[in-house]
Ligand binder design. Structure first.
Ligand code: PGA
Length: 246
């Protein structure tokens, strides 16, 4: 199994100076001796600044989205090859904020993941149920549908990571109880069984993760790391989350 992944999603926050400072603070920790792999995903425009600051550290760079084509007349979009070209190794795809705010579907997420794979990027594919789906008892059904439609058949442990992010837990301070997460992860790892056996995909948890609650998630079998939003904008908090895996 690959090391646990601790991915920071900076979303649409910051300025050039804040990105530079945050990356410099993270670089100060260097990531040496960490048992987990840290990744930061700044807004597109700050990727080069952050990359520059992280050179020589073990912290990897990722983006928050990409197009499903490498080049073309697609105003405002960024191709996966471009991301690889400037040093990204990961790309978050199908985040619920893309699904809900931009109408992105699972089918589009799958296309993007295939394009990311071709470009040599690791796709971090997000799935998760809404509050009403959860209250209707449809969590597992929704996750299965999203997984089947978003994860390409060529997904493997090297090119794909899944992030289970309950929509209602994102940015709300709410998080599922451990007793609810245990059966969900058991099922998610069953979805990961390909026709040729276990693909050993890492399956992360995302939604209101902080240094104060990381141990609740870390303790659960089958959670192979975390996707962190708000708390990743604080270098110390983000590093503490990564350190909890040592
Ligand atoms: P949050 O965001 O940690 O701020 O809840 C997580 C995410 O959107 O990936």
């Amino acid at each position: 199994m690959h090391p646990p992944l601790i991915i920071g999603n900076w979303k649409m926050y910051g300025t050039a100076q804040k990105a530079r400072d945050l990356a410099a603070d993270l670089a100060g920790y260097r990531g040496e001796g960490l048992q987990s792999q840290m990744v930061v995903c700044p807004p597109f425009v700050y990727l080069p600044i952050v990359r520059h600051r992280l050179l020589g550290t073990k912290i990897a760079l990722g983006a928050q989205d990409c197009h499903f084509l490498d080049q073309g007349p697609h105003t405002g979009d960024v191709g996966p090859g471009m991301l690889a070209d400037i040093g990204c190794r990961y790309v978050i795809l199908g985040h619920c904020e893309r699904r809900l705010q931009h109408g992105e579907t699972s089918a589009l997420t799958l296309q993007k993941a295939e394009a990311a794979h071709k470009a040599g990027l690791c796709a971090v594919i997000c799935i998760g149920e809404t509050l009403s789906e959860r209250e209707a008892g449809r969590t597992l059904e929704v996750l299965k549908i999203q997984w089947r439609a978003s994860v390409p058949p060529g997904a493997n442990a090297l090119n794909t990571v899944i992030a289970y992010e309950p929509v209602w837990a994102i940015g709300t301070g709410l998080a599922p109880k451990p007793e609810d997460l245990v059966p969900i992860y058991r099922n998610l790892h069953m979805f990961a069984l390909g026709p040729k056996g276990n693909k050993n995909l890492r399956i992360l948890y995302g939604g209101s993760v902080k240094s104060e609650n990381i141990n609740d998630f870390r303790a659960i079998d089958g959670i192979n790391g975390v996707l962190v939003g708000g708390a990743s904008l604080d270098a110390q908090d983000f590093f503490k989350i990564a350190m909890s895996y040592n």
